[in-house]
Design a protein around this ligand. Structure first.
Ligand SMILES: [Zn+2]
Length: 193
């Protein structure tokens, strides 16, 4: 799909090609470009500014039975193929985070629960983002925007297990997930008012 975005700095127009969907089983090299954000970035030839293009995009990983729709606006998609996980994200950053969570073999509902309890513990409403899981003990690293730079928070895998337990004791949370669901802090917050 061809787009004609304008540079955020100098306003000059550029033709940019971004596919509307990628099946990573058929185009494995595209996954790198998605996860680095490069697929959605373009450099202005006039002023050198790197711009991010936020356009609708469908990520499809048939091996993981995973479909993630990038769309700034809600979509009415109740059905995903049988046995599939369907998600909707609003930004490229959220798309990359979801791919990292599923690639690590983790459950994104549990990850959102981890963020929720961590914010409560920090007594701050910060936008935590999953970065990675390391080593045999499964330590998870999250990032959030600090005053000048990104701050990191490390959580032990016991937090993940505790949060998985909270979801098991509250099955209505998981039962509410349908179609291309937007699983984020806003969604989870509805259950804890
Ligand atoms: Zn420019």
């Amino acid at each position: 799909m061809e787009y004609r975005p304008r540079c955020s700095r100098c306003g000059s127009e550029r033709r940019v090609e971004v596919p509307q969907s990628v099946n990573v089983a058929l185009a494995a090299e595209m996954k790198e470009r998605i996860c680095s954000g490069e697929l959605f970035s373009w450099t202005c030839p006039h002023c050198g500014t790197v711009n991010l293009l936020q356009v609708p995009f469908l990520y499809h990983d048939p091996a993981e039975h995973l479909m993630i729709l990038l769309s700034a606006t809600p979509v009415s998609a109740e059905d995903v193929p049988e046995g599939y996980i369907g998600r909707r994200v609003r930004t490229v950053g959220e798309l990359i985070e979801k791919i990292k969570i599923f690639d690590a073999g983790l459950d994104d509902l549990v990850i959102e629960m981890c963020k929720y309890v961590t914010c409560q513990e920090l007594a701050r409403d910060v936008a935590l983002r999953f970065l990675r899981m390391d080593g045999a003990d499964g330590e998870m690293t999250f990032a959030y925007p600090g005053r000048d730079e990104m701050e990191l928070v490390a959580l032990g895998f016991n937090v993940y297990e505790d949060c998985a337990g909270i979801l098991r004791r509250n099955p209505q949370i998981r039962d509410s997930v349908r179609g291309l669901a937007a699983i984020d802090q806003h969604w989870l917050g509805r259950f804890f008012r």
